[in-house]
Design a protein around this ligand. Structure first.
Ligand SMILES: Cc1cc2nc3c(=O)[nH]c(=O)nc-3n(C[C@H](O)[C@H](O)[C@H](O)COP(=O)(O)O)c2cc1C
Length: 230
């Protein structure tokens, strides 16, 4: 059960405006925010023909189901048309009025609904794919004050360059990036039958998911109590 934000009249003259106050619940309704399942969007960042991304996304989705703290949705950017040409205005300043193509509405709704994200990204030329950048850039409030974790893969660096770039970009969008990520170097020799060969991988995923669940609970509670001042 969630408590609702309560508005109270400000002390002062008659006609004083209502202002939001901190989340207040009767004691009996107080619920540990950590006990609620959080909506997690796992985003498959690559859309290339013959891509490996869905294999990685499917494995981390399985780990998230097993973790138990999330309602898991896999969002595949290959299913969405994301034009590179964008409207004149910025989504930062237009909010819900941002004129997105009708076909993008399901993606926008899923990003809006999400309380946490995992970006599954390969490394393309020491960065992340243009498909992922386009999906990020078409949105703004959808990322703000929400936690984002990374699962990367690639050659010897395991996608670390891609993640460094993503951390920088997501800071601009007021997202909170999670310290512990998962990186799979030389994934072409490190995976078999849809699973990483590293026996510690599931344990590392649990650490990432624990941190993500903590931040998702903390930030959702804070957003519900007070609108984020983005
Ligand atoms: C255009 C392009 C650039 C790449 N650049 C890098 C790179 O800089 N570093 C790296 O480790 N791997 C690089 N790779 C290899 C990819 O990490 C690898 O092909 C991976 O499978 C791509 O993910 P995907 O299969 O989901 O598209 C590149 C691949 C492509 C297609």
């Amino acid at each position: 059960m969630r408590c609702h934000r309560i508005r109270r009249p400000q002390r002062g003259p008659v006609g004083a405006s209502l202002r939001p106050v901190w989340l207040l619940c009767p004691r009996s309704q107080n619920v540990d925010p950590m006990s609620e399942k959080r909506t997690l969007a796992i985003i498959v960042g690559s859309v290339r023909e013959g891509r490996f991304g869905p294999v990685v996304a499917s494995w981390i989705a399985e780990q998230a189901h097993r973790h138990g703290g999330f309602e898991v949705e896999v969002v595949d950017l290959a299913d969405v048309e994301i034009p590179l040409s964008m409207p004149a205005a910025s989504p930062k300043f237009t909010g819900d009025a941002y004129p997105r193509p009708a076909a993008m509405a399901p993606l926008t709704a899923r990003l809006t609904r999400a309380e946490a994200f995992i970006l599954v990204t390969p490394e393309y030329n020491h960065s992340y794919p243009a498909s992922l950048k386009a999906a990020i850039d078409w949105h703004f409030t959808q990322w703000a004050a929400k936690p984002v974790a990374f699962v990367s893969y690639g050659g010897p660096a395991g996608g670390r360059h891609a993640v460094l770039h993503l951390e920088n970009v997501l800071t601009e969008l007021h997202a909170v990036t999670i310290r512990d990520g998962l990186a799979f170097p030389n994934y072409f020799v490190g995976w078999e039958d849809g699973r990483p060969l590293d026996p510690d991988a599931a344990g590392y995923a649990k650490v990432l998911l624990d941190q993500l669940a903590w931040w998702a609970a903390a930030l959702t509670t804070a957003r519900e109590a007070t609108p984020y001042p983005a």
